[in-house]
Design a protein around this ligand. Structure first.
Ligand code: ZN
Length: 311
């Protein structure tokens, strides 16, 4: 057992002696996606029961709420979401659930975006449908910077403590342990990514600015001409030319993106498509927030070596 685990076990034992956990003290948490569900589980441990509405591989912007979502929300103490316009399907879902505590401003709704330094925030005169229909408050994919996972972890600890004050010390320790682990992981992955430093890549959707920034990659262009808008043949042809002339080979796609379009582009430009996990559980084996970053770094390094990069 690591020191942190031992400390947490001792703390738990102490708390259990002082404050017996009343039956029903378990917090029922529903999250929009599996990334938030895993972070909630890591922070809350056995005191929280977490369920995600999304499965993982799907596009968070285009989820069609199912009747089962309402059933889950009816039993939830807390509903955790990414905020901004990350999940445009959320307001109508929350209205259908008819729970006052989950309505905007209610005590059970947890927006984990505050305190995150947002990227790609449009200026006032860019705010029009010409930008596409999503990301109008800034880029919503901030959870793909592992250090933003720390911010999310502290939001979760605060929310859990409000509902279950007896567990506050445990939740704080859970968030602190998450923070220590993520700082270490980020450093070691940054080191592994060093050979690719400042390399350009093409991305399908604007999912990756936080990830690229943290790992010192640059973006040449997007396959989508606007967020959420499919590319036409002329856009693809122009992009292939730009890739070739600038020697860019990696095309990063999400699990839900149009793989065929990306493959055609990579083929024309002599590059490689690399599928990254945009979410926990988006790909087999990506079961935790930490393994998402490990998987994505492994996949990028493998694709880059395939293209003749030096390991
Ligand atoms: Zn997006």
């Amino acid at each position: 057992m690591s020191g942190a685990v031992v400390r947490r076990a001792i703390l738990l034992a102490a708390l259990l002696t002082l404050v017996p956990v009343a039956a029903g003290a378990e917090i029922r948490v529903v999250t929009t996606n599996p990334t938030l569900a895993d972070l909630a589980h890591q922070v809350g441990g056995d005191r929280v029961r977490v369920e995600s509405l999304m499965r993982g591989p799907e596009n968070a912007h285009n989820v069609i709420p199912k009747p089962s979502f309402v059933v889950k929300l009816r039993k939830a103490d807390l509903f955790v979401h990414l905020g901004l316009d990350a999940e445009p399907w959320l307001p109508s879902l929350v209205r259908s659930a008819r729970r006052e505590r989950l309505l905007p401003g209610g005590e059970g709704i947890v927006d984990v975006s505050s305190g995150v330094a947002l990227l790609e925030v449009p200026s006032q005169n860019q705010l029009s449908r010409a930008m596409g229909d999503i990301h109008v408050y800034g880029n919503t994919h901030y959870a793909l910077d592992p250090l933003n996972g720390i911010v999310i972890g502290h939001h979760l600890a605060a929310a859990f403590s409000r509902v279950d004050p007896a567990g506050a010390a445990l939740y704080e320790e859970g968030a602190a342990e998450l923070e220590r682990g993520l700082r270490k992981l980020t450093e070691s992955l940054q080191e592994r990514m060093e050979p690719l430093r400042a390399s350009n890549v093409v991305v399908y959707h604007r999912t990756w600015p936080y990830f690229l920034k943290r790992f010192s990659l640059k973006k040449l262009a997007e396959v989508e001409p606007k967020p959420g808008i499919a590319p036409g043949p002329r856009h693809i042809a122009g992009l292939a030319e730009r890739m070739e002339s600038s020697g860019v080979g990696l095309v990063i796609v999400e699990t839900y993106s149009n793989r065929r379009i990306a493959e055609r582009l990579a083929e024309r430009a002599g590059g490689r498509v690399v599928v990254l996990a945009q979410e926990v559980k988006a790909l087999p084996g990506v079961e935790t927030y930490q393994s998402l970053f490990e998987h994505n770094v492994d996949a990028l390094l493998a694709a880059w070596r395939d293209l003749g990069g030096n390991p």
